[in-house]
Design a protein around this ligand. Structure first.
Ligand SMILES: *Cc1c(COP(=O)(O)O)cnc(C)c1O
Length: 388
């Protein structure tokens, strides 16, 4: 029997073998000619994947939270007003980060599984002037996807910077940074980008960089200060050596390989695959009679799903049995409903086969828990929907 289970959580995800091979390769100097070329290429490829014509990419050793922290540290000065479009746990985290740097934060909240309407956001933007607003493109605690394109249009109308937490969406959900007018889009390596944990990735628009340059107070975070990193990123892209802090050399090599694979697949094809895989997973869950956290189907993310446990069955009953059936899934994350649901990640390289294996493992576990349903209906629905 296989020892390794299929890893279907919302990050870290299953990684490609060519990407993993870079992690085990002999570590080069961070100023070796070959590494400078790989880092420079990775920065250029980030701009392509983010669909930004003129943004400034940053690659820092750290997790997605560091990417969020970096945006807050560099764009917020004490007393600045910020608007948080709140769809769950990670929106709360962004608010906490902005407040740490002295922002006065206003929230536009939605019920759990919902998202604020465009009218509510427009109203909030009219009531005050905000320096920036944050949007979580996919909140990993609710599997709710926001309409970043429309929200960016509202932000532009009111001359507000829009910062997108794309940790659970960049390279999985559609994001057109320049065309939509997004100012910062950030993510972490271990999600749809497909690289082991350890890199904080961010692209900042010229408008965001101008806001940074117009600061009157120093950035209160030494490591995250763009003034320290901008010359380094510019140097690598110009194929010159630079040093501020040692880059995560093997991770950057792996990043360049993964970004190359993403661009080879083609962004539109990749977004379509995520949509098809997401639809298939949701259809399988629905066919089994399980509810999902997103309140409306059009709110549902394509990078992860959040099924609710059926009545009388808990996570302690179900998740270990799913694991025994060969698939690792994640428990709930949103504090208000943590014990009521679980999460399936299907981003990055995830295929229909992975979803079928996952729904099959869920069916096996449900049967063992005594849940009444017709065996195979979830798998069949997922397969049928994928091919529609
Ligand atoms: C995972 C995640 C984060 C946090 O990233 P870490 O790498 O765990 O720090 C932030 N926002 C969203 C939407 C996420 O999915």
């Amino acid at each position: 029997m296989k020892e390794r289970t299929l890893l279907m959580i919302p990050g870290p995800i299953e990684f490609d073998t060519a990407v993993l091979a870079e992690m085990g390769a002999q570590t080069t100097s961070h100023v070796a000619a070959s590494f400078i070329e790989a880092f420079g290429q990775a920065l250029e490829r980030m701009r392509q994947v983010w669909q930004s014509t003129d943004g400034q990419p940053f690659v820092l050793a750290g997790s997605g939270t560091l990417a969020m922290d970096t945006a807050g540290a560099n764009l917020i000065e004490p007393g600045d007003k910020a608007l948080v479009i709140n769809t769950g746990y990670f929106s709360d985290r962004f608010a906490a980060i902005l407040e740490r740097y002295g922002a006065q934060v206003t929230h536009v909240r939605a019920p759990i599984g919902g998202r604020p309407s465009l009218e509510e956001v427009e109203q909030a933007l009219k009531q005050d002037h905000f320096k920036l607003m944050t949007v979580t493109q996919v909140d990993t605690s609710t599997a709710v996807r926001t309409d970043v394109q429309s929200l960016a249009a509202l932000a532009r109308q009111s001359d507000t910077l829009i910062v997108v937490d794309g940790v659970c969406s960049v390279a999985g959900e559609e994001l057109r940074m320049s065309e939509w007018g997004v100012d910062v889009a950030l993510t972490a390596s271990q999600k749809a980008i497909g690289v082991p944990p350890g890199l904080a990735l961010l692209v900042a628009s010229p408008k965001a960089m101008q806001a940074f340059l117009a600061r009157k107070t120093p950035v209160a975070n030494y490591y995250a200060d763009w003034a320290n990193w901008l010359p380094i990123m510019q140097a690598y892209e110009a194929r010159k050596p630079g040093y501020f802090g040692t880059p995560a050399v093997n991770l950057v090599w792996a990043l360049n390989v993964s970004l190359g694979q993403i661009l080879n697949e083609g962004l539109d094809a990749r977004f379509k695959r995520h949509q098809a895989v997401g639809r298939a997973c949701r259809a399988g869950i629905t066919a089994l009679g399980l509810d999902q956290v997103p309140l409306l189907p059009e709110f549902a993310a394509n990078t992860l799903s959040a099924p609710r446990f059926p009545k009388g069955i808990t996570g302690t009953d179900l998740l270990p049995r799913i694991l025994k059936a060969g698939v690792t899934l994640a428990g709930g994350l949103h504090p208000a409903i943590r014990a009521e649901y679980f999460r399936i990640g299907h981003m990055g390289a995830a295929t229909l086969g992975d979803v079928l294996a996952t729904i099959g493992a869920i069916e096996t576990a449900l049967t063992q828990c005594g849940y009444q349903f017709e065996s195979g209906t979830g798998v069949a629905a997922a397969m049928k929907t994928y091919h529609e």
